[in-house]
Design a protein around this ligand. Structure first.
Ligand code: MV4
Length: 492
């Protein structure tokens, strides 16, 4: 096992990774930008290195500065977290070139899955079902019209260098197709510097179901179950759960086996996620995320695994100490992403200083967070405050726990999406498990927020009174220390 690991990330995920390191007795190194001098992740680590100014391209995306910190600290390995450099094949390759282990898959696997066209080709060859459409670039309107005729409208044009929903546009008829093709190519060119696009049949109301896989560096690959991530807005996931309400043991076995095949066919190692679209009993490969994901805790809660520890063990060359038959799913887990954003103002970001902060606890509740009272959420980075993760023996119990925990959560100074989560946890379609990627609009969740907030108001106000007492304590203790200082000065 490694003696020292650098975490090339910030916020809750940097702390999450360092917690696993500490449990394994691995020394930790963090990197931080000028905006994060007082951030928890910088303080949690055994050593911390300033890597640049607040904008990410000059700090958390600055490969040279990060490798420099790794060399200065003599870290043996780098964990990239999610986002930032986690799916950058050049970074993975540079780490290896410097003799530093990249805690993730081989750079070749990142490159292959980074090109959506190449991924589709590789998956077709491996016998993984892909969404009907092209496995070559679509170069002309004629080609696009031909392909669309073959799969039937609506179709979606996607950027090969895209992913996560960026650079995709839907054409509903042959009349629309030429303009959609042209605009997607233009967006792809400006966003990714590569205008290559492909075409797929478009599914109107799919579910998004992904499978977590683990692969060691000796050829063993297993899946550790699925996650349902249908509740999202503009490709930002907001609520995830495991198991999926759509899952059966039989379907899990079939989809899981396909996910394992997808990963092992490209020589994958470490943790990864195979995303599927699921519609009317059929499922198709969408993309593979070659990193640890934000929503990994729900898998941890239902399988009992520590996925970051597994990543560290795999990267240090150990065998997966388990096989498929060892994986058991216990109960039901859900995650609400608590963001500094205003659901009543089109989810506009709401950065600023957190003036009061009290997070829930109690049975079945886990909070992963990088903030605290007095902390300022910077406009430079994403607006996630924490992940509220709940567990229950069944879906009904976890929903009740999430409601209870959401009503205990006090965050002031910034506007949060807690009211949105409360509204979802009270929604009939959600409670029935009737989910799709259009869940939020279809169920008019935002319109139900005011009533849900009102219902919790009295309890929240009672809880909030404790902060008045806190403030008195702070005032008294600073008066006392001022008096002591004054007496000391008098005494010389
Ligand atoms: C699709 C699709 C429907 N049909 N592809 C968005 C994220 C990226 N992974 C691919 N995405 C989609 N691809 C076809 N052929 C619908 C989506 C999609 C979606 C997928 C997963 C999670 C949320 C989504 C929200 C809107 C659209």
């Amino acid at each position: 096992m490694f003696n020292k690991v650098l975490v090339a990330n910030r916020g809750e995920i940097a702390i999450r990774v360092m917690r696993a390191c500490r449990e394994l007795d691995i020394a930790t190194v963090s990197v931080y930008s000028e905006a994060d001098r007082n951030a928890l992740h910088a303080k949690y680590a055994d050593e911390a290195y300033l890597i640049g100014p607040p904008p990410a391209p000059q700090s958390y995306l600055n490969i040279e500065a990060i490798l420099d910190a790794a060399e200065k600290s003599r870290a043996e390995a780098i964990h990239p977290g999610y986002g930032f450099l986690s799916e950058n094949p050049r970074f993975a390759a540079e780490c290896e070139r410097h003799g530093i282990k990249f805690i993730g898959p081989p750079s070749t696997a990142i490159t292959k899955m980074g090109s959506k066209i190449e991924a589709r080709r590789a998956m077709r060859k491996a016998g993984v079902p892909i969404v009907p459409g092209s496995t070559d670039r679509v170069g002309s309107v004629e080609e696009a019209l031909d392909l669309a005729m073959g799969v039937g409208y609506p179709v979606v044009i996607k950027a090969s260098a895209g992913g996560g929903g960026i650079g995709m546009r839907v054409a509903r008829s042959k009349e629309e197709l030429p303009a959609v093709l042209e605009s997607t190519q233009a967006v792809a060119k400006s966003a990714f510097g590569d205008s290559t696009v492909f075409i797929e049949k478009y599914f109107e109301r799919p579910r998004h179901i992904e499978f977590q896989i683990l692969a060691d560096e000796h050829g063993r690959t297993i899946h550790v179950g699925e996650r349902e991530c249908s509740i999202q807005r503009r490709h930002q996931k907001l609520i995830e759960e495991m198991p999926s309400p759509a899952m059966t043991p039989e379907l899990r076995e079939r989809m899981g086996a396909i996910a394992v095949k997808a990963a092992s066919s490209i020589g994958y190692a470490n943790a990864g996620t195979v995303e599927f679209i699921y519609s009317q009993g059929e499922f198709y490969f969408l993309e593979m995320n070659t990193r640890l994901q934000v929503e990994h805790p729900i898998t941890e809660r239902t399988t009992g695994l520590d996925l970051v520890k597994e990543q560290l063990r795999i990267a240090s060359g150990e065998d997966l100490g388990m096989e498929q038959a060892d994986i058991r799913i216990d109960g039901w887990a859900m995650e609400c992403r608590i963001n500094a954003e205003d659901p009543l103002n089109d989810f506009a970001p709401s950065p600023g200083k957190i003036t009061k902060y009290r997070s829930p606890g109690g049975p079945g509740i886990r909070i992963d967070s990088g903030v605290r009272m007095g902390y300022t959420i910077s406009p430079y980075y994403d607006s996630m405050i924490s992940k509220l993760v709940g567990w229950g023996r069944n879906r009904q119990e976890v929903i009740a726990r999430m409601r209870r925990a959401l009503s205990e959560y006090i965050i002031r100074g910034v506007t949060t999406n807690i009211p949105f989560h409360k509204a979802v946890m009270r929604n009939g379609a959600f409670i029935r498990g009737d989910l799709s990627t259009h869940f939020i609009q279809e169920n008019e969740i935002v319109a139900t927020i005011p009533a849900v907030v009102e219902a919790d108001r009295a309890r929240e106000e009672r809880l909030e009174e404790i902060f008045q007492d806190d403030r008195k304590v702070v005032a008294i203790s600073s008066a006392v220390s001022a008096y002591i200082d004054q007496e000391k000065r008098k005494a010389g």
